[in-house]
Design a protein around this ligand. Structure first.
Ligand SMILES: Nc1ncnc2c1ncn2[C@@H]1O[C@H](COP(=O)(O)OP(=O)(O)OP(=O)(O)O)[C@@H](O)[C@H]1O
Ligand SMILES: [Mg+2]
Length: 337
C-alpha cells in the first residue's frame, strides 16, 4: 500500500535502498509500527469528527442489544442526524442482516474502509463484512480478536458524525474494555435488559462494569416489556383473555367496541426498578413486538417498516431520553468515581 514509507524502499534493489541491511523482520516491524502510528492519528481525528459515541451493552445474550442499537441508530438518523453504527460482535454479527445489508460492497481507499450505506443515510460497519463465509463460526483467540477490534476501530472512514452507536456481543468481557481503551471520548453506555430476574441481575453487573471502566451509564432500556393484544367486540362489553400461566386478564371494550390488553410476557417494570436501585436513568421500554423478529429476518427494521408504529414511537421516546442525558454532558452526576 502506498501509504507506507517501507513499501517505497522496497521498489529499489536492496543495495540501493537506505535500509538495505534491514532484515525482513525489521522491515515488517517498521511497517507495523508505521501503520499503528497512522491508526492512532486517525483515531484522534475520528474522536474530533464524531460528536457522541455510545456503547450498547447487556450482561445477558439475546435480550435485544442489536435490535436496540440498530433502532436507536435509525431513530436518530430519521431525525436528520448523521449516524454511524459499528457492530463489534465478531462471533455473531447480525446487524447487516437486520438492515438488509448482507450483500453490501465495502470500499477500501487509502487503507481505510468506507462504511456501507444503510437506510435513512445510516452508515454501517460490521465485522460480518470482513468474514468470508457468514455460516462459518469464527474462532479467534482472545489477543487476536482484540487486536482485530483495535484495527477495525482505527481503519473505518466515518467522516463527520453526530453519533456513533456501537453494538457489542453479550457480556462485560474484553470487547467493551478494548473499545473503551482504544476509542477516546465515549459518552456513555446504554444497557439493554428484559424484565426477567436473570436478565436484571446481569444488567446490574453491566452497570457495575461501566462504573469500573469509568464510563457514564446513560441509562437502562427495558426490552420486550409487554405484548399488546387488540381487538373489537360489542361496545362496552367485558373481554377476558387467558394470560401467561393461565391467569385470565379482563378488560372492557370502549364505546366503539375497541379493546386492548397488554400481556407481561416476562413480567414488567423490572428494568425500571433495577435502574432506580442502581441510581442510573431509566430510558424507556420497548414492547414485545413480533414485527421486530420478522423485520430482523427480512432485513427491514421495524422502524422502517412501520415508522409511526408503537415500536418506532417507543424508540423515539428512548432517543429523547438519551439526548437529554447527552445534553447534561459534563455536569452529569453519573460520572463514576
Ligand atoms: N421487543 C422485541 N420484541 C420481539 N422480539 C424481539 C424484541 N427485541 C428483540 N427481539 C428478537 O429477539 C432476538 C434477539 O435479539 P437481538 O439479536 O437484538 O439480541 P442481542 O442481545 O443482540 O443478541 P446477542 O446477545 O446474540 O448479540 C431476535 O430474534 C430479535 O428479533
Ligand atoms: Mg447482538
Amino acid at each position: 500500500m502506498s501509504d507506507s514509507p517501507v513499501s517505497h524502499h522496497q521498489a529499489g534493489s536492496p543495495s540501493e535502498s537506505p535500509d538495505a541491511d534491514a532484515s525482513n523482520e525489521q522491515r515488517a516491524q517498521m511497517e507495523q509500527a508505521y501503520q499503528q502510528m497512522q491508526r492512532k492519528m486517525r483515531i484522534s481525528k475520528m474522536d474530533a469528527n464524531i460528536k457522541h459515541k455510545i456503547m450498547v451493552l447487556s450482561g445477558k445474550g439475546g435480550v435485544g442489544k442489536s435490535t436496540v442499537a440498530t433502532g436507536l441508530a435509525l431513530s436518530l438518523a430519521r431525525r436528520g442526524k448523521k449516524v454511524g453504527l459499528m457492530d463489534i460482535d465478531i462471533t455473531g454479527p447480525n446487524v447487516p442482516k437486520m438492515l438488509g445489508l448482507e450483500q453490501a460492497d465495502l470500499n477500501v481507499e487509502e487503507g481505510q474502509i468506507h462504511p456501507a450505506d444503510g437506510p435513512s443515510g445510516l452508515k454501517v460497519i460490521s465485522m460480518a463484512f470482513l468474514l468470508e463465509d457468514p455460516d462459518k463460526p469464527v474462532i479467534w483467540r482472545g489477543p487476536i480478536k482484540l487486536g482485530a477490534i483495535q484495527q477495525f476501530i482505527g481503519d473505518v472512514a466515518w467522516g463527520e458524525l453526530d453519533t456513533l452507536i456501537i453494538d457489542f456481543p453479550p457480556g462485560t468481557s474484553d470487547e467493551p474494555l478494548t473499545v473503551s481503551q482504544s476509542l477516546p471520548g465515549i459518552d456513555g453506555v446504554v444497557i439493554v435488559t428484559t424484565p426477567q430476574e436473570v436478565a436484571l441481575l446481569d444488567s446490574r453487573k453491566s452497570i457495575n462494569f461501566a462504573k469500573t471502566i469509568s464510563i457514564p451509564v446513560l441509562g437502562v432500556v427495558e426490552n420486550m416489556r409487554g405484548y399488546t393484544l387488540r381487538g373489537t367486540s360489542t361496545p362496552n362489553s367485558k373481554i377476558s383473555v387467558m394470560g401467561p400461566g393461565g391467569v385470565p386478564i379482563d378488560c372492557h371494550s370502549d364505546e366503539d367496541g375497541k379493546w386492548e390488553i397488554t400481556l407481561d410476557v416476562f413480567k414488567s417494570g423490572g428494568g425500571e426498578e433495577s435502574s432506580k436501585e442502581m441510581g442510573v436513568p431509566f430510558l424507556g421500554s420497548l414492547p414485545f413486538d413480533p414485527g421486530i423478529v420478522r423485520g430482523g429476518d427480512d432485513g427491514v427494521h421495524r422502524i422502517i417498516a412501520e415508522p409511526d408504529g408503537e415500536t418506532a414511537r417507543a424508540f423515539e421516546s428512548i432517543v429523547e431520553s438519551i439526548l437529554e442525558q447527552l445534553d447534561k454532558g459534563s455536569q452529569r452526576t453519573l460520572r463514576i468515581i
